[in-house]
Every structure is written in structure tokens, then in C-alpha cells.
Design a protein around this ligand. Structure first.
Ligand code: NAG
Ligand code: NAG
Ligand code: NAG
Ligand code: NAG
Ligand code: FE2
Length: 432
């Protein structure tokens, strides 16, 4: 037993060290694709001879939280580097940057909002630059607001907004989504953290749960959120900012070792009606020291990617989808996951945390998904990070410590240990 404890602690450190040795991160793997768009200079140049249409207008009619939308373009003045940005909320024109981001006053009015993702207009129609006609299939996830599709000319460096589509929306944009499990402070406690559009003055958040097939009870949840002012710098504080929604965490206690539990996320609205999530299940952790098989997965530096090929041909961490899919395929053989830092590589583009939690939902909703903080979550100049870099894009740890629960005394510090059967895992931050 002592041996496996030491082994896991060592393993975590070795992987951390490999991650450090393999860094250069963004330099090595290419820049965050949203950072290639000069959104701080994007200006408005609406052209009546260009049109964008998106269908269907209403998504998630059967409770889905991922759907494809067809986007059709007609542009009388097409150029080869025209691109489509997906914006949310659909009225994304904020016109003024809340903070100076350079000497750009001559280009007012500014848009000052980054899209959630983008694709070249010619992606599915190679002759777009000649015909001005194109049709794209883009995947959306439910993330609390409606969407629009905007056509830009001027390439990535001098974006000019030419046309905006109709809005499309999920039928319940505020729905509770993307649950992630994590151990509580004791082995027989499981926490469930999720995201919704319901603030605490609109609805009471809770988890309805119980043994599989047995009586279900309700546990209340706490709610966290934060504002733009909590970000340490650009882009998180400027054009990368997007409201993170409300992050709820409920603590399920007195779990029976190895028992299967089912759960649903709920919000009781002030009028007495409910908003519910899908139904999920998990297996409670073994008693510490219990002689049984435990299958533990430890990795770092995963990131996210887009299955529809968007974000410049999805050339940024495409392997994260392979890793995610492999873990999902093998989920029956996995008891707990440790993602020890460099989680989303959102790098200050806040929307990407929703995309990441959606990507890992099948895993994180089923087995504890224990995180640690990496340079891409925490580093920011002059904010107490171990390395004085801008790798977090201004997030300075706020997203990581709010979007995921960890059983630490001080969540901003990310030091904790957790017991899992024959293992005691010690988590320390690396490269922060
Ligand atoms: C689409 O446009 C981009 C940017 O101009 C270009 O790099 C790419 O080769 C084009 N693709 C096709 C299929 O024409
Ligand atoms: C953007 O907002 C500004 C100020 O609110 C307004 O003057 C401008 O017309 C808007 N542009 C578009 C394309 O909606
Ligand atoms: C573009 O699409 C429109 C509407 O479908 C059609 O009327 C027009 O002929 C197309 N233009 C070209 C150049 O293909
Ligand atoms: C990852 O998945 C893509 C798409 O399915 C596939 O083309 C590629 O070969 C995979 N890469 C590896 C290393 O398995
Ligand atoms: Fe990394």
C-alpha cells in the first residue's frame, strides 16, 4: 500500500516534469487559434450586397446540448481570405473596448469581442472567392446565450464586419449542463460541479440523487461566478471576455463504497417549475485501503479542439479529441482521472471553458475528474504565479478554480491530497 502511494505521487511528479520539459506550449504547438484574429482592431463595414443565413433557428428541441447549424453565404464582393466568426450573444457589437488595447482610436467603432470559433468562408466551397456563394456546417454547444454568424473580410489581421446572420438559439439556453465530478475532502464524498444560466436570485440549484433504482434525495448547491474585473489582463479582460455563467457545486455525502448512484442537475425556478439536466450515474469510491482493483488515469496538457474542423482547420490540439474519444471508449475500465494542469489552453478566451467541459462531459460526469493548475491556468505577470509569464491570457487561475472543484483548503493554491482505495494522491501545482 505504502508503495503504491509513493508510486502515484512520483508518477504525478514525473508527468508534471515531462509537461514542463515539453513546454514552450503555445510556441511549440501553435498559437491559440482565437489569438490569430486581431479582434482588438475589428471594425464595422456592413455591405448590403452580402448575406448570411443560419438554420435551424431553434436548437435542442429534444434536449440536445450539441447541434450542427447550416450557414449559407452570398457575397457580391468575395475575397479569398473572408471568414465566418460564430458570436454569442448574437448582438456582439460592444462598440467600445472597456480597456485600451493599443493605439487603435482611428478605427472606431470597434467590435471588441472575440468569436467562439471561426472558419474560412471557402472551407466547404473552394470556388467561394469566385462565386461568393458558400455553405458551412458548424457545431454549436449550449452556452447560455444565442448565436450569430458574422462574415468578415480583410483576413485575420484587419477584420471588417460585412454581414451578420439571423440569431439562432437553444430552446433552453440557461439549462444546467456539463457536470464534472470530483472527490470531496473525504473519500466518501463526491462533489458535482456544473454550469447554468440561472443566477441564485432566479432559481435554487440542487442535485437530485440516490442509489441506482433506490430512493432519490436532493442536495442543495452553492453558486459562484465572477465578473470581467476579476480577470488580470487581456485578452481575458478585453475581447476574450465572455460571461462565464453560474457555476454550481453540490456535495453528496455518506456514499457507500463502490455503490452506483444516479443523479440529475436541477433548478427550481421562482414560479415553482423546474429546469432539469439529463440523468447521469457514477460509482462511489472504494474505502481507503480496501483491497480491490483501481484504475487511475493521469495526464496533463490536453486542451480542446473543434469536431467541425473550425478554428483554422482545427489544427490546434487535434489530438485532444483522440484522447477524449479513447477515454470515453475505455470508460468502463477507468475509475478516476487526474488532469494535472494545462487543461483547456483557453489562454484568456473564456468561452473555451464551456467547449472544454462539453468535450469531456462523458468522462467528467461519470468518474471523478481531479484537476491541478498549470501555467496556462495561472501564470500572469505580477500576480504571484511562480513563473512570470502571460500564459494564462489574463485568467490568472480564476477560471480553473471556479469551473472545477478541488478538495484544497485554499482553492487558489491547488495543494491537496485525495484517497482512492489503495492510492493516496498528492497534488501540487507545477510550473505556476
Ligand atoms: C481558403 O482560403 C484560405 C485563406 O485565403 C487559403 O489559405 C486556403 O487555401 C483556401 N482554401 C481553398 C480550398 O481554396
Ligand atoms: C455597434 O454599436 C454602435 C454603438 O452602440 C453603433 O453606433 C453601431 O451602429 C453598431 N454597429 C452595428 C453593426 O450594429
Ligand atoms: C449563388 O446562390 C444564389 C442563391 O442560391 C444563386 O441565385 C446564384 O446564382 C449563385 N451564384 C453563383 C455565382 O453561383
Ligand atoms: C486522431 O483522430 C483523427 C480523426 O479521427 C485521425 O485522422 C487521426 O489519425 C488520429 N490520430 C492518431 C494519432 O490516432
Ligand atoms: Fe503544457
Amino acid at each position: 500500500m505504502g508503495f503504491s502511494r509513493i508510486l502515484v505521487a512520483l508518477l504525478a511528479m514525473i508527468i508534471g516534469a515531462v509537461a514542463v520539459a515539453g513546454t514552450g506550449d503555445s510556441e511549440y504547438y501553435g498559437a491559440q487559434p482565437l489569438a490569430k484574429l486581431a479582434m482588438h482592431k475589428a471594425s464595422i463595414a456592413i455591405d448590403g450586397k452580402a448575406q448570411v443565413r443560419a438554420t435551424p433557428e431553434l436548437l435542442g428541441l429534444k434536449g440536445e446540448d450539441i447541434e450542427f447549424v447550416k450557414v449559407e453565404l452570398q457575397n457580391a464582393n468575395p475575397t479569398s481570405d473572408d471568414w465566418i466568426g460564430v458570436f454569442s450573444p448574437s448582438k456582439f457589437n460592444s462598440s467600445t473596448c472597456p480597456e485600451a488595447v493599443g493605439d487603435i482610436k482611428d478605427q472606431l467603432p470597434l467590435i471588441c469581442t472575440a468569436p467562439i470559433k471561426y472558419q474560412f468562408a471557402n472551407y466547404s466551397n473552394a470556388d467561394y472567392a469566385k462565386t461568393g456563394n458558400a455553405s458551412l456546417m458548424l457545431q454549436l454547444i449550449n452556452q447560455r446565450a444565442d448565436f450569430s454568424f458574422a462574415l468578415f473580410s480583410g483576413g485575420f489581421q484587419n477584420p471588417k464586419l460585412v454581414a451578420v446572420s439571423n440569431a439562432v438559439s437553444f430552446s433552453n439556453p440557461k439549462a444546467p449542463v456539463y457536470p464534472r465530478l470530483a472527490h470531496g475532502k473525504s473519500w466518501d464524498e463526491m462533489t458535482i460541479t456544473w454550469t447554468s444560466g440561472y443566477n441564485i436570485n432566479e432559481a435554487f440549484p440542487f442535485v437530485e440523487w440516490g442509489p441506482e433504482g433506490g430512493p432519490q434525495t436532493r442536495s442543495s448547491a452553492g453558486t459562484l461566478t465572477f465578473s470581467r474585473n476579476s480577470m488580470c489582463g487581456a485578452p481575458a479582460r478585453t475581447f476574450g471576455w465572455r460571461h462565464p455563467g453560474y457555476i454550481h457545486t453540490s456535495l453528496l455525502k455518506d456514499l457507500w463504497p463502490n455503490a452506483i448512484y444516479t443523479y440529475k442537475l436541477g433548478h427550481q425556478l421562482l414560479d415553482g417549475t423546474y429546469a432539469w439536466s439529463k440523468k447521469y450515474s457514477f460509482k462511489a469510491s472504494p474505502y481507503p485501503g480496501q483491497d480491490s482493483l483501481q484504475r487511475v488515469i493521469i495526464f496533463g496538457d490536453m486542451g480542446k479542439a473543434e469536431r467541425d474542423g473550425s478554428n483554422e482547420y482545427s489544427n490546434y490540439q487535434p489530438g485532444s479529441l483522440n484522447t477524449t474519444d479513447q477515454l470515453i471508449k475505455d470508460l468502463n475500465n477507468i475509475d478516476i482521472v487526474f488532469h494535472i494542469g494545462d487543461i483547456t489552453y483557453a489562454n484568456g478566451y473564456i468561452s473555451q471553458w464551456d467547449q472544454f467541459t462539453s468535450q469531456i462531459e462523458p468522462i467528467a460526469s461519470t468518474v471523478p475528474y481531479m484537476i491541478a493548475s498549470g501555467n496556462h491556468e495561472r501564470d500572469w505577470h505580477g500576480t504571484g504565479s511562480f513563473y512570470d509569464t502571460d500564459d494564462s491570457g489574463g485568467e490568472c487561475g480564476v477560471l480553473a478554480e471556479t469551473m472545477f472543484y478541488v478538495p484544497a483548503e485554499n482553492r487558489a493554491k491547488f495543494w491537496y491530497s485525495t484517497d482512492f482505495g489503495m492510492f493516496r494522491v498528492l497534488h501540487c501545482r507545477y510550473r505556476t
